[in-house]
Design a protein around this ligand. Structure first.
Ligand SMILES: C[S@@+](CC[C@H](N)C(=O)[O-])C[C@H]1O[C@@H](n2cnc3c(N)ncnc32)[C@H](O)[C@@H]1O
Length: 434
């Protein structure tokens, strides 16, 4: 392990902002293209940028045989592990995350994809033409609130596109086109596309909202094929596996022997921060996932079940302090914040069991502000892992240059009520001694 002095000497740009904590602009990657390779085939809230994952693997996964991202989301870490030819696992409770991670890490020959795509376009076009001429009718699926989120003629066209994709026999190819379909569903719906939560386009603007389902699907498919071509050229010969698994990190996991845990966990509960379930709901319905499972995502997400009291056994002075300060202003909010850390502590114990001695845990996490009180989530993570005997190697603070992470978000969807979130995030590096 490097000493702190060695870190500082090798990286002159570092600015000390705390105990073993440094602001390092070289982690900002301001001008980097974050949509390279299959990273760019589908949007997802609070994605880790590939450059951060790549550098973290290089620094702390040099000799790793297995990498785990226990909150894998759209699979950024798994893609980067694959191109480094390192085996990887990913956990998530969102089936869309599992689909995206699978497709992004499965190299498919672009020549083959283009052949499938030619046939697919032809068959979709033929049926859409028949539909437009009134020669066939299509039944709108009974998804919850479908007429609120989609205009009827849009739903009917989506049914046609979907049925043609579902006819593809090769599962990997079918899944590949499901990803473009999912992006299409999101784009042509009545939702405001710039938001991760489900907000409907205002009534007066909705009148003029007439997206072209076919053109949208074709556009996303073409983009995704070229992204896959980039990935395929690098990954086709890599034998390492990438295994995204539908798994709740609060439950005991069935894997072992992990050398590096690299992840960006949710930074708070999904009700008052990022609602992954809401973001995915429309896609998941169109992808035929069970509605109960879809509704459960935000509930079983970290902090989804509020604790009943402020008592806890989490070994963190920082946490005690902020919970106390928030509770003085609002006891319910304090319990909501605490519930996230109660779950995080439980998850951490599970992760500790999986990690090999000598391994690293790297968290990429932002600190949020609740009731005007900044929660030092990164430092709370450090205290938790120190209580397991880990050593805090370093924390780098990076700016979040792009606008995907809003600086102000609305808690509980209450109109007009916003809280400051963050424009910086921390890369927290912890080492499990051998
Ligand atoms: C910040 S996102 C991860 C984004 C990911 N790094 C990427 O690049 O796309 C956090 C993820 O944690 C997942 N999550 C929340 N609670 C979970 C739990 N209890 N078990 C597993 N995953 C969970 C969410 O569904 C979400 O996909």
């Amino acid at each position: 392990m490097k000493t702190l002095d060695e870190f500082i000497n090798t990286q002159a740009v570092l600015k000390k902002v705390g105990e073993r904590k440094f602001r390092d602009p070289s982690w900002d990657f301001i001008t980097a293209d974050t949509k390279i390779l299959t990273h760019g085939i589908h949007s997802y809230p609070a994605m880790m940028i590939p450059q951060v994952a790549r550098r973290a693997i290089k620094l702390w996964g040099k000799n790793a045989k297995v990498i785990l991202d226990p909150f894998c989301g759209s699979g950024t870490v798994l893609v980067e592990a694959k191109i480094k030819n390192i085996n990887s696992y990913g956990f998530d409770i969102n089936p869309l995350a599992i689909l995206l991670s699978k497709v992004k890490t499965t190299p498919l020959d672009p020549i083959v994809l283009r052949e499938y795509f030619r046939d697919l376009k032809k068959s979709i076009r033929r049926r859409l033409d028949q539909f437009e001429k009134g020669q066939i009718d299509v039944e709108i699926p009974g998804y919850f609130n479908i007429d609120y989120w989609f205009k009827p003629h849009i739903s009917k066209q989506l049914v046609i596109v979907k049925e043609e994709i579902w006819k593809i026999k090769d599962e990997d190819v079918r899944d590949f086109f499901k990803v473009a379909f999912s992006e299409t569903v999101r784009y042509v719906s009545n939702t405001r596309n710039s938001e991760h939560k489900l907000y409907r386009i205002p009534e007066e603007k909705l009148k003029d909202w007439n997206p072209d389902v076919y053109e949208t699907f074709v556009k996303y498919s073409e983009r995704n094929i070229s992204k896959m071509a980039e990935f395929y050229s690098i990954a086709k010969d890599k034998s390492a596996f990438a295994k995204p698994m539908y798994h709740n990190v609060l439950e005991k996991a069935d894997i072992e022997g992990v050398d590096l845990i690299l992840t960006s966990p949710p930074y708070g509960d999904s009700k008052t921060t990022v609602a992954y379930g809401q973001f995915s709901r429309l896609s998941l319905q169109w992808l035929d996932f069970d509605y109960k499972l879809i509704r459960a995502i935000d509930r079983i997400s970290l902090g989804g079940k509020p604790v009943k009291s402020l008592k806890h056994d989490i070994p963190s002075e920082n946490l005690n302090e902020v919970i106390h300060l928030i509770a003085e202003k609002d006891e319910k909010r304090a319990r909501e914040v605490l519930s996230y850390f109660v779950d995080f502590y439980k998850a951490s114990k599970n992760l500790d069991k999986i990690l090999n001695e000598g391994g690293y845990v790297v968290f990429v996490v932002a600190n949020r502000t609740v009731k005007g009180i900044r929660i030092p989530t990164d430092e709370i993570y450090v205290e938790i892992f120190e209580s397991f005997g880990y050593e805090h190697e370093i924390t780098y603070v990076r700016a979040i240059p792009n606008k995907r992470m809003p600086h102000r978000v609305s808690p509980s969807n209450r109109k007009g009520e916003t809280v400051e979130t963050m424009a910086e995030e921390n890369i927290v590096v912890l080492h499990k001694s051998s």
